[in-house]
Design a binder for this molecule. Structure first.
Ligand code: ADE
Length: 246
């Protein structure tokens, strides 16, 4: 059983619509939908927003629904100068940028794990990165009009560090501080590193796929709702389904 999680409904909608034999289960205020997607047993669930919400959802997907691998898709703010709106980031490592138990433990280290950075599953991430490259090429015609009106030019796929925290980063001051502290961070979001910690503890493979929706500063230069509906949602679904077909 594969768990597919997202923070926002626009990112799961078209995957849910493609499910065979969907069955809805309500638990802990969440709606888990089980079914078959392109021949694979999956459970789809909205994680809600933030690290605690993501950790609860992932734990339930594993413990209640028997998930043996977890994929999180969603949007993120671009930190690295190369991570532009419309680009796709496949996480290779995740870190909680707001975790600080110093001086007991080094800054960012998850106490008692001995690490701050958690690696995603290499096989899953390789396959998702390839699927993302292919999906960008294939969807470019269908999405060209949306990309143009949202100011997106030739989106690319990046792989590397994604950082998570319980804060929507919306000032240049904060994103600059994150860039300074974690120069290799590609993007910031609010759930991925929590999923990483759960999957580390449960010894399960996981991957995180993000579309860059903003530059984590004051300039909301894209229409967030439209970006989700017209770009991030369809791209997430296209990438996941290409990966399942591969
Ligand atoms: N998700 C999308 N954009 C984000 C941002 N700027 N900060 C945190 N999470 C995000």
């Amino acid at each position: 059983m594969l768990a597919l999680m997202a923070a926002l409904p626009e990112e799961l909608g078209s995957l849910r619509a493609a499910l065979d034999a969907p069955a809805v289960h309500h638990h802990a205020g969440r709606e888990f939908t089980t079914g078959r997607l392109d021949g694979y047993e999956v459970v789809l669930v909205l994680a809600r927003i933030g690290k605690v919400a993501a950790a609860i959802t992932a734990t339930l997907a594993v413990e209640r629904f028997g998930a043996q691998a977890v994929i999180f898709t969603g949007v993120a703010g671009g930190l690295h100068r190369e991570a532009r709106v419309g680009d796709i980031v496949v996480a290779r490592e995740l870190l909680q940028h707001d975790l600080d138990a110093s001086p007991l433990f080094p800054r960012h280290e998850v106490p008692l794990t001995g690490r701050a950075r958690f690696a995603t599953d290499a096989v899953l991430s390789d396959a998702l990165a390839l699927a993302a490259q292919e999906a960008l090429a294939i969807e470019s015609q269908a999405l060209a009009a949306s990309w143009a009106t949202l100011g997106i030019v030739a989106p690319r796929v990046h792989e590397g560090l994604v950082v998570s925290g319980d804060r929507f980063v919306a000032t240049a001051l904060e994103s600059e501080a994150l860039r300074h502290e974690l120069p290799d961070a590609l993007a910031v979001e609010m759930e991925g590193a929590a999923l990483a910690q759960v999957c580390h503890d449960c010894d399960l493979p996981f991957a995180v796929l993000r579309s860059i929706s903003d530059r984590a500063d004051e300039q909301a230069h894209v229409d967030f709702g439209r970006f989700l509906r017209e770009v991030a949602g369809p791209m997430s679904a296209a990438v996941v389904r290409r990966w399942l077909f591969s």
